[in-house]
Design a protein around this ligand. Sequence first.
Ligand SMILES: Cc1cc2nc3c(=O)[nH]c(=O)nc-3n(C[C@H](O)[C@H](O)[C@H](O)COP(=O)(O)OP(=O)(O)OC[C@H]3O[C@@H](n4cnc5c(N)ncnc54)[C@H](O)[C@@H]3O)c2cc1C
Length: 389
Amino acid sequence: MIGGGYTGLSAARSAAGQGAEVVVLEAGRVGHGGSGRNVGLVNAGLWLPPDDVAARLGPEAGEALNATLAAAPGHVFDLIDRYGIACEPRRAGTLHLAHAAKGLADLRRRAAQAQARGAHVALLDADETARRTGSPEFHGALHDPRAGTIQPLAYARGLARAATEAGARIFEQSAVIGADHHAGHWVLRTAAGKLRAPRLLVATNAYHRPVEGPEPPEMPVVRFFQIATEPLGDNIAGDILPGGEGAWDTGLIMTALRRDASGRVILGGMGAGGPVHEGWARRKLSRLFPRLAQAPIAHVWSGRIAMTGDHLPRILRLGPRALAVYGYSGRGIAPGTAFGAAAAEALLSDDAGHLPIPIADSHSEALATLRTLGVEAAARSVHLMSARL
Ligand SMILES: Cc1cc2nc3c(=O)[nH]c(=O)nc-3n(C[C@H](O)[C@H](O)[C@H](O)COP(=O)(O)OP(=O)(O)OC[C@H]3O[C@@H](n4cnc5c(N)ncnc54)[C@H](O)[C@@H]3O)c2cc1C
């Protein structure tokens, strides 16, 4: 496996658990990529609503993927239980918050689609949303009880431990710089040496570092940053998400919100970080919760999200017994865990029949760099404009 995030680690745990000899090569530390930087929302689906998934993949493949992803948070929380992963798991659901009246109309459509597939999601009115978030700023919300939250880096480290206990070997600070296929084996090169392997999974996603040889395509990337307050006691922040849900809103340049087990309020938004975005985050925090206007900010960090044009993940064939898995488009905790395990199964069994999405033989994203710059420019201008309101 190349890449020590959820995809590579879940694949490693699953393959090693089936008796395979597994090596994970990670360029930085485990969780260096999106898996150590995300919001921690363990969602029960993609960013794309389930009807759109079915329309894009066709009814059979689309509904199979919808069903896999609906069950995926359950698998994440089961793994956390089974391996005793201390990652602040909380299965209190998520709140998708309507930032405006049109956002509420979108949530109504999403609720109907989820309910038609048997999910017990609930549409909340503005008063109930104010009670559940601690802020009167939202027009309503969609509560999804299948979902929950985790501390993302701790979950990645826990998966790494589970993979190691199952027999996988994980090498950190080991960037793969080349991959060739010779006589039935892949030969991977790092600065320190070579590794021969009959099968290869590339799980480098938005943090891909160049590998000489077959590579996944360049992806458009959305930057997303977060700020976290110092731990705040219940006297100051006890009414903010008191039920423990994680939340994000329907804004095109969206905002995310969660409170961790220590009482930090964590607010995120699109953008690479820096004064414009951080200024917006401070103003947003004060608008949602005026008493937090002067709350000390203890941490600021950002990450990269690989977005496919159609917002569907890809499992790409890179060569003989070699797959690349990427492009969860902002929904990688449960999908990454599920796709990694399924890719490992397909590689070990030489049977792609049970993958959550059909294998693609080719994939390219037009104007990836330009689209990356375009999203960042849009986020900057929205965040700048908010200073003038
Ligand atoms: C800020 C942010 C917020 C997000 N919020 C959420 C959320 O709330 N819920 C959700 O479900 N998803 C969320 N996501 C998406 C989710 O984090 C990712 O989809 C997921 O972590 C991807 O996991 P991965 O294993 O595929 O890739 P990554 O975790 O990115 O791991 C890839 C790894 O590959 C390594 N690598 C790269 N190139 C090489 C090389 N040549 N050799 C060796 N190693 C290499 C990298 O160092 C990296 O560690 C968010 C992402 C970000 C950035």
